[in-house]
Each structure stands twice: as structure tokens, then as C-alpha cells.
Design a protein around this ligand. Structure first.
Ligand code: PEP
Length: 249
């Protein structure tokens, strides 16, 4: 049986109580029973609001980050157990914006993935190269190094993670990787996962992220190793996000 694709929205630092409510109501009105798994990763202050609005719906709740620590003197952080209190199923870890603006290292990302896994939250582990790295032919080395750090720490339960390949040059820029460019990196990541997880690698979701939208989703999602999408900008518009969900079958 082939696995269902996963379409996850990353709202980033967008929204308000009123805007979230109208977005989610529009999604729930038309989402029906989707052929794929669906999640929205929302800003932390809105987890309680979203938990209530999404209760009993086919849309799962996600966070955009979490602490690697369990509790204590870590001002500004949220632990996995706190996220669990609000019904969080997924947590993005190692998004390029966190790596870039918050100095998150491969090791920190691996520790965050471990904290999520230890608490029953599925980490969506982001990897991806910058434009300079792609142009200097370092894509393979970079994404493999980023994923290797997570495998190193979480090897025993690596089949429980979700990977998101997000070329940094494609995030929020309107430039999408071609389906062939994306597929070739996804195939590399699949091979690396296969090394760590043997036959379970086929069951691991590898999402594509980077300016995926209603117009290009179907072609990207048709690639053999693209198991879904991590969607930024287009997840903030209900009709666009719904079209991407409909393309994931
Ligand atoms: C993201 O931030 O994860 C992302 C893919 O953004 P966008 O779809 O806006 O490029």
C-alpha cells in the first residue's frame, strides 16, 4: 500500500485571532475528507485557539519549533510536553529561517528532533542548500550533512521523522525547484535514509518546500520521491492551500 502524502502549512510569523479563525473556517468548510494527511504549523500563541478550531477535523496541529530541553531556565522556549498539552502532532525543526536567524546548528536541530520524538511529536526536519552552495555544486554535501546529524542522534527511530527538502533559494522567493531538481535531491535523501532505516525508508515522508503553490504542486507531487509539501506563503490563502491538498493524491 502506498502511503498518503502529507501537506503541511507553515504559517511562519503571520496571523491574528481573527485572521486564523477565518482561514481555518474556510479550510474546514471545503476540505472534506482529503486523500492526504494535512497539518498547519501555527505560531505558538495560537496553539490553544487552533486546538479548539481543529478538534475532530482532518487537519492536524503543528508547531514551528520546539526546545531541545525538557523544562527549566530557558526563557522564551516551548518544550515538547507543553506542545503536547495543546494536541500538537508535528513540529518543524531546523527551518532555514531558524538556522539563518537563530544560529541553529545541525547538532541543535538533531537534539530538537530527539526531544520531539521522545514526546510523540513528529519532527519535520528541514534540510536545504543556499543558492551559493547550489551554484558551487555543494547541494549533495550540505543536505546529506544536515540529515546525517539527525540520523546520528535519532537512528533508532529515524523511520518516525518527516524530512522536508527546502532549497533556501526557493523559500518565499517565487523560484521553485524544477520537479527534476527536487526529485534528484529527494532520491539522494531517500538513499541516505535507506542506509539508516533499511526497508522502512520507503515509508518516510520526504516533503518538498519552496514556493510550492496551486499551479506547480501537481507536477512536483507526481515525482516518485516527493511525498508531500511544506507550504509557506500559499498556506495562508485558503483556496490555494485547498488546491494543493487536492493535488496530493
Ligand atoms: C517554508 O517556509 O517552509 C516555505 C516553503 O515557504 P514558501 O512556500 O513561502 O516558499
Amino acid at each position: 500500500m502506498t502511503k498518503k502524502k502529507l501537506i503541511a502549512g507553515n504559517w511562519k510569523m503571520n496571523g491574528s485571532l481573527a485572521a486564523n479563525e477565518s482561514l481555518v473556517k474556510a479550510l474546514l468548510q471545503d476540505v472534506g475528507t482529503p486523500d492526504c494527511e494535512v497539518a498547519v504549523c501555527v505560531p505558538a500563541p495560537y496553539l490553544a485557539q487552533m486546538q479548539a478550531l481543529l478538534a475532530g477535523s482532518p487537519i492536524a496541529l503543528g508547531a514551528q519549533d520546539l526546545s531541545a530541553q525538557q523544562q527549566g531556565a530557558f526563557t522564551g522556549e516551548q518544550s515538547a510536553t507543553m506542545l503536547k498539552d495543546f494536541g500538537v502532532r508535528y513540529a518543524i525543526v531546523g527551518h532555514s529561517e531558524r538556522r539563518q536567524y537563530h544560529g541553529e546548528t545541525d547538532e541543535a536541530v538533531a537534539a530538537k528532533a530527539a526531544a520531539a520524538l521522545a514526546n510523540g511529536i513528529t519532527p519535520i526536519v528541514c534540510v536545504g542548500e543556499t543558492l551559493a552552495q547550489r551554484e558551487s555544486a555543494h547541494t549533495e554535501e550540505v543536505v546529506k550533512r544536515q540529515l546525517a546529524a539527525v540520523i546520528h542522534v535519532n537512528g533508532h527511530c529515524i523511520s518516525e521523522i518527516v524530512v522536508a527538502y527546502e532549497p533556501v533559494w526557493a523559500i518565499g522567493t517565487g523560484k521553485t525547484a524544477t520537479p527534476e531538481q527536487a526529485q534528484s535531491v529527494h532520491a539522494l535523501l531517500r538513499a541516505q535514509l535507506h542506509h539508516a532505516a533499511n526497508e522502512h525508508a520507503a515509508g518516510i515522508h520526504i516533503l518538498y518546500g519552496g514556493s510550492m503553490n496551486a499551479a506547480n504542486a501537481a507536477e512536483l507531487l507526481a515525482q516518485p520521491d516527493i511525498d508531500g509539501g511544506l507550504i509557506g506563503g500559499a498556506s495562508l490563502k485558503a483556496p490555494d492551500f485547498l488546491q494543493i491538498i487536492a493535488a496530493a493524491r
